[in-house]
Write a protein that binds this ligand. Structure first.
Ligand SMILES: Cc1ncc(COP(=O)(O)O)c(C=O)c1O
Length: 402
C-alpha cells in the first residue's frame, strides 16, 4: 500500500531543494533579521535591498508606523471574525470609501489579502457557463481563481491585441451566450511591463466582454498620484473591475476589488474568501489609510520611485544587460537557465545585494531572471552602489562582457 507522503522523497522540486541546500545555493525563505527598507540584515551581513515591493518605502514611514500603533491601541490586534459578521469596523468602511474615490469607481470592497481578493471576486462572478480570457502572463492567483470558478479558460499571447481579438471573434461564433471576462495585470509582476489598457478596454467594449485589471503593482505607483495603470494611460474606458493589493506600495496586507456599486455589493455577498475568512486587522487598515493620506497630500510623492527606476534601467541597458520591456519599478534581468539564474543570484548575494531569482514555473523554462525592484527611498548613493554591483558582478558572472 502506498502512503500519501511517498511522493515527497521522489519529487523533482524537493530534490533540487535538497541539492541547493547541500551546495549552499538555496535562495528561498531566507530570514531577514533586520529591515529598514532599502537595507536589510541577512545571515549577519548588511545587503542593499532590491527585491522588495515596498515601492514607496512607506513600511517604515513614521506616520504609517504611528497609524498602525494607534489602531492597535484603539481596536486591539485583530477583528477575530469575517467581514460578513463581527469583522467589519467603521475603519474598513472608511477605507472602502476612500479607495473607491481614489480608483474612480462607485464602490470598493477590501479583503484579507490580494490573493483572496482575486479568488473571491472571480469565483463570485464566474461559473461553469462563463469564459475567462487571460493574458499568458497573468498572475498565478488569477489562474487559481479561474480554476476554482470552474469556468472555461482561454489564454492569449502576452499583451497581443490581435491574438485577443481572434479569440473574442471565435467566441462570438462558438459561444455567443456565454458570460465573458478578459483578465490582465496592469503591471506585469515579473517583466515590469504594462498592459495596453485603452486598447484592451476598447476591444472588450467591441465584443461585449467585461474587463478585469489586477493592478497589484500599479496601485500607488502608476498614473498621476499613484491612482493606477488605467490613469497612467488616461484610458477613456475604465476597466469594469480593478483589483489592488496593499502588500506593495501601500505598505500593509490586504486587497481590494473596485467597480460599480451593484457588482461590488454582489461580490460582498458571494465571495467565499471574504465571507469565510477573517477581515484585515485594524493596524493593517490604518496603515493603508495613512499611506493614502501621505500620497494624496503630495501628488508628486509617487514620482521619486520612477526617477530611481529610470536611472537603474538606463545604467543596466548601457552595461549591456537584457532587461526586457520594463517601464516600471520592476526591472527584470534576464538570465536563462535555472542553474545560471541561481548562480547569478548567489554572486549578487555574496557581493551584498538582495535580488530575487525567478525560476519556472513562475517563468517559462530557460527564461530564468533576477527580479529587481526599486523604492522611492533608495538614495542616489545607493543607486550608484547598485549600478557598481551590477557592473562588477555582471562581468564576474559572465552576464555582460565588460
Ligand atoms: C499581480 C499580483 N496579483 C496578486 C497578488 C497577490 O497579492 P497579495 O500578496 O497581497 O496576496 C500578487 C502578489 O504577488 C501579484 O503580484
Amino acid at each position: 500500500m502506498s502512503d500519501l507522503f511517498d511522493k515527497i522523497s521522489k519529487d523533482a522540486t524537493m530534490r533540487l531543494v535538497k541539492m541547493g541546500k547541500q551546495q549552499g545555493i538555496y535562495p528561498y525563505f531566507k530570514p531577514l533579521s533586520e529591515t529598514e527598507g532599502t537595507s536589510v540584515i541577512v545571515d549577519g551581513r548588511k545587503l542593499i535591498m532590491i527585491g522588495s515591493n515596498n515601492y514607496l518605502g512607506l513600511t517604515t514611514h513614521p506616520k504609517v508606523r504611528q497609524a498602525a500603533k494607534d489602531a492597535i491601541d484603539r481596536f486591539g490586534t485583530s477583528c477575530t471574525g469575517s467581514r460578513f459578521l463581527n469583522g467589519t469596523l467603521e475603519l474598513h468602511k472608511e477605507l472602502e470609501r476612500r479607495l473607491a474615490i481614489f480608483l474612480g469607481t462607485e464602490a470598493a470592497v477590501v479583503f484579507g489579502t490580494g490573493y483572496t481578493a482575486n479568488l473571491g471576486a472571480i469565483t463570485a462572478l464566474m461559473g461553469r457557463d462563463d469564459i475567462a480570457i487571460c493574458d499568458k502572463e497573468v498572475h498565478a492567483c488569477i489562474i487559481d481563481a479561474v480554476q476554482m470558478a470552474g469556468c472555461k479558460l482561454k489564454r492569449f499571447k502576452h499583451n497581443d491585441l490581435a491574438d485577443l481579438e481572434r479569440i473574442l471573434q471565435e467566441l462570438d461564433v462558438e459561444s455567443p451566450n456565454a458570460g465573458r471576462m478578459v483578465l490582465v495585470d496592469g503591471v506585469y509582476s515579473m517583466g515590469g511591463d504594462l498592459c495596453p489598457i485603452p486598447e484592451m478596454s476598447a476591444l472588450c467594449k467591441k465584443y461585449n466582454t467585461r474587463f478585469f485589471v489586477d493592478d497589484a503593482h500599479g496601485l500607488g505607483v502608476m498614473g498621476p498620484g499613484g491612482r493606477g495603470t488605467h490613469f497612467h494611460f488616461n484610458s477613456p474606458n475604465a476597466p469594469d473591475l480593478i483589483m489592488g493589493t496593499f502588500s506593495k506600495a501601500f505598505a500593509s496586507l490586504g486587497g481590494v476589488i473596485a467597480g460599480s456599486a451593484d457588482v461590488i455589493e454582489y461580490v460582498q455577498h458571494k465571495a467565499r474568501s471574504l465571507i469565510f475568512s477573517a477581515s484585515m486587522p485594524p493596524s493593517a487598515v490604518a496603515a493603508v489609510l495613512a499611506c493614502m493620506d501621505i500620497i494624496e497630500a503630495d501628488p508628486d510623492y509617487t514620482k521619486r520611485v520612477h526617477v530611481v527606476a529610470d536611472a537603474i534601467r538606463t545604467g543596466l541597458k548601457d552595461m549591456g544587460f537584457d532587461i526586457g520591456h520594463s517601464v516600471t519599478p520592476i526591472v527584470p534581468v534576464m538570465i536563462g537557465s535555472e542553474m545560471n539564474t541561481v548562480f547569478a543570484w548567489k554572486a549578487f548575494y555574496d557581493y551584498g545585494v538582495y535580488v530575487n531569482p525567478v525560476l519556472p514555473p513562475a517563468v517559462p523554462p530557460n527564461k530564468g531572471l533576477l527580479r529587481t525592484s526599486y523604492m522611492a527611498t533608495h538614495t542616489d548613493q545607493q543607486v550608484e552602489e547598485i549600478l557598481s554591483a551590477f557592473h562588477e558582478v555582471g562581468i564576474k558572472a559572465g552576464l555582460i562582457s565588460g
